[in-house]
Design a protein around this ligand. Structure first.
Ligand SMILES: *Cc1c(COP(=O)(O)O)cnc(C)c1O
Length: 305
């Protein structure tokens, strides 16, 4: 259950949590054309709060809308301010932030040209997405029988609501069988990403992650690549197959929700020692220091409240 906050920002106004309702003919509810973001605000070591990589998330939100022909009724500056205002109004020191742009009621066909584009922002406390134990001990993943989207079927670089039906099918499939998270192959059969996370492997000290051909360009993925290179590690953005994953010394997922979650097992094969590996732990430690504002070199990634 999501813990209620005081207010929800919707179409430029704050409404009480329980009053943030929509009509049943809301177009997005029927056909899935809507776009969203997932952002985190962390409580920093010095007691202040900072939104992590806010401009990049807002930019991606608008890119998603543009690709989907959704004309945003607000500017990037207005949405940025609305996100900060929502956190301040709800007096949350740390929160997950969910901006959503959706198509309101009007025409019910598949051509919602004149329906209003509506925007909401909800913030709520959200701990470790794949569990606190997952974060410290690693999770068990399974390659799903559901393939990730082909780029000519859906737009894989957007966080489009309907895209996630594919993720939900994969997640249901593997969690029903007792695994924690699904890994999805791309349409050519190479490792793509998780249901809402990017994936990395480590082999002989070198990091590898799939290129941005048909996967979501994760902001956490970008952080990990940047931090790893700054620490002197080589990072290759190259395709790899599931047997490369089985033979990896370390593997982990990255995402705003999942942060950096180690993978200790894939398809019942132990990865490395079956524990979070040394490079994974270094990256995790550095990442948590960065988001909590104790690494000066990355302070430009923080927007303080
Ligand atoms: C959001 C998401 C990610 C991770 O992106 P971040 O910007 O790191 O949060 C990866 N894959 C999919 C499919 C996603 O929806």
């Amino acid at each position: 259950m999501v813990e209620k906050a005081k207010k929800i920002w919707i179409d430029g106004k704050f409404v009480d949590w329980d009053d943030a309702n929509v009509h049943i003919l809301t177009h997005t509810l029927h056909y899935g054309l809507g776009i969203f973001e997932g952002i985190r605000c962390y409580e920093c070591e010095d007691g202040r709060s900072a939104v992590f990589r806010l401009p990049e998330h807002v930019e991606r939100f608008f890119n998603s809308a543009h690709s989907m022909f959704m004309k945003m009724p607000f500017s990037q500056e207005e949405i940025t301010q609305a996100i900060l205002d929502t956190l301040l109004t709800n007096e949350q020191k740390a929160a997950y932030i969910r901006p959503l742009a959706f198509i309101g009621e009007g025409a019910m066909g598949l051509h919602p040209q004149d329906n209003p584009v509506r925007v909401s922002i909800v913030t709520w406390p959200w701990g470790a997405y794949l569990g606190e134990e997952g974060l410290t001990k690693g999770i068990r993943a399974k390659v799903s029988s559901f393939t990730r989207h082909h780029p000519n079927i859906l737009m894989t670089k957007t966080k489009t609501c309907g895209n996630y039906v594919n993720s939900i099918l994969a997640k249901l499939e593997v969690t029903t069988d007792g695994y924690d998270e699904a890994i999805m192959l791309d349409p050519d059969g190479y490792i793509g990403e998780g249901t809402g996370e990017n994936i990395f492997i480590v082999r002989k000290g070198v990091l590898r992650t799939p290129p941005l051909t048909s996967i979501l360009p994760g902001i956490t993925r970008d952080c990990v690549i940047t931090i790893a290179r700054d620490l002197g590690f080589a990072v290759q953005e190259e395709r790899f197959s599931r047997d490369d994953l089985y033979a990896a010394n370390e593997a982990f997922f990255t995402g705003t929700a999942a942060e950096i979650t180690p993978i200790r097992e894939v398809d019942n094969r132990t990865i490395g020692e079956g524990l979070p590996g040394p490079l994974t732990r270094t990256l995790q430690d550095t990442f948590f220091q960065v988001v909590k504002g104790t690494k000066q070199d990355y302070s430009h990634w923080l927007t303080y409240l």
